[in-house]
Write a protein that binds this ligand. Structure first.
Ligand code: TYD
Ligand code: MG
Length: 455
């Protein structure tokens, strides 16, 4: 095994020590030391990187245009989240909780008929298990290679031999290099393996997907170090009880960051959902109170989503406040505004809030829809049919325009909504959107009228 010089660094202040310490003498942080390689004499990985031609500084004008070519992965939702396809030579991190469908999604990309030579490296499942899964999904790409291996040096050697367009490493937590003594999945192993893959991707033009499990606190295990090494960070999320999955771009050096892709997990793999509004809106036979529809935008993609609220009398002194898929602090703020500016007695009420389809939303443009659902449940009065909202709420009860309001209005009109409540401060729209009445309100106190009355 190659001889390696190691050192220990404090993760919080960067203090260097020759041996592991429980407490950092510099900043006083406990348990913050990680082992790192600071020099290595030789090794399979280092040798293979040495073969990669090193680049030289060049003028922007001299950079070849072909560098901007993007690969079509054969999956519209994934292409969209990547910003219009995969950039050759990029390193993409796909994170998600165990069991959410990362292996399914990546195997599906490998098996899609996209004309790309793909090497799927699995350290988690045996070849037979992968075959079983592949049969469920259906094999359309004869060029897909399956390789079960966890030693980085072997993986790199195979990539060199096979020259694939895309490599998928499932998962980074199972891969290890011989250069380090620490076990697979440790911070130093993950960092070293990812850095090696990065150098390889940049030098050879092969795109690499690395899959990472997310820890309970929502960070990619191993953890933040990976996020700034890679070009693109995608997060696969969803509610385990629900069939819908969302692929969210958290970082993207080559496109819009907050783009989302929506999938359904069915018996034979993940299916693309081209029109998310259709699954996020329910149809009821009779009007129900406590249900409102908000026009939202994620990335550049507008969709309509249903929000449900239940406001009931609190049995105990401190009322319960519960949300699913929504920031509870934001809800408390909205309830305080309703209390102060509309005069609703929220302090005696329990409030429960729910977004459809297990979606997690953080769009402030949904404030008005949340307020509408709460108002409707509070007064036990259904909102008129075909009414939706898009606006942000300020602390003084003022209604502010939601970002990309025009797109939200267009989407609502496209889906056949009759009326949309927006901010009165919204500048005049650049185009005339037909078929939908646009009701402008300046203050939250005007909202009930816009929701419950005709004309
Ligand atoms: P998996 O891709 O193994 O998750 P991860 O790699 O993120 O840990 O997903 C496993 C889940 O997906 C499992 O609960 C079964 C389900 N599944 C389907 O519902 N349909 C399918 O076609 C496949 C392959 C899996
Ligand atoms: Mg997996």
């Amino acid at each position: 095994m190659a001889k390696v010089k190691k050192a220990y660094f404090c993760k919080s202040c960067g203090f260097e020590a020759p041996k592991w310490l429980g407490r950092c003498p510099s900043c006083g942080e406990w348990n913050s030391f990680t082992e790192e390689i600071i020099a290595r004499e030789s090794g399979a990985v280092a040798a293979s990187i040495a073969n990669v031609p090193t680049s030289r500084p060049q003028r922007v004008a001299e950079i070849k245009q072909s560098d901007r070519r993007r690969l079509d992965l054969g999956n519209a939702e994934v292409n969209r989240v990547l910003g219009g396809g995969l950039v050759p030579g990029s390193l993409v991190l796909l994170g998600g909780e165990p069991g959410i469908g990362k292996s399914t999604l990546s195997l599906q990309l490998a098996l899609t008929d996209n004309g790309l030579r793909t090497l799927y490296v699995s350290g988690e499942e045996s070849a037979e298990q992968i075959k079983l899964r592949a049969e469920r999904i259906g094999v359309a790409n004869e060029e897909c290679l399956i390789y079960t291996e966890t030693l980085l040096e072997n993986i790199v050697a195979q990539i060199e031999e096979q020259h694939p367009d895309i490599v998928i490493v499932d998962s980074i937590q199972t891969v290890y290099t011989d250069l380090l003594d620490s076990s697979a999945g440790s911070v130093s192993q993950i960092r070293e393996c990812a850095a090696t893959l990065l150098k390889y991707a940049k030098g050879s033009g092969t795109s690499i997907f690395i899959i990472g499990h997310i820890t309970k606190d929502g960070t990619i295990a191993g953890p933040k170090i990976l996020e700034h090494i890679v070009d693109v960070v995608l997060q696969f999320e969803g509610d385990g009880n629900n069939i819908y999955r969302i692929l969210r771009g958290i970082k993207n050096r080559f496109g819009a960051t907050f783009e989302i892709g929506v999938f359904e997990m069915l018996e034979n793999g993940l299916h693309e959902v081209a029109n998310p509004s259709e699954i996020l809106l329910s149809h009821y036979d009779e009007p129900l109170s406590g249900i409102a529809v908000g026009a939202s935008v994620d990335g550049i993609r507008p969709y309509l989503i249903e929000v449900q609220a239940l406001v009931s009398n609190a049995a105990y002194g401190t009322p319960q406040r519960n949300t699913t898929g929504y920031d509870p602090r934001r809800m408390n703020m909205l309830l305080a505004v309703l209390e102060k500016r509309v005069g609703m007695k929220m302090f005696t009420k329990d409030v429960f809030l729910n977004f459809a389809g297990g979606f997690k939303v953080a769009d402030t443009g949904l404030d008005l829809a949340v307020a509408a659902a709460v108002i409707s449940s509070y007064y036990d009065r259904p909102i008129n049919e075909g009414v939706c909202c898009a606006g942000e709420l300020g602390l003084s009860g003022e209604v502010r325009p939601a970002p990309r309001s025009e797109q939200r209005i267009s989407e609502a009109a496209r889906l056949g909504f009759r009326r949309i409540v927006v901010s009165g401060y919204l500048p005049k729209l650049s185009k005339n959107i037909k078929g939908i009445e646009i009701v402008r309100i300046n203050n939250i106190s005007q909202l009930p009228k816009a929701l419950f009355t005709e004309d």
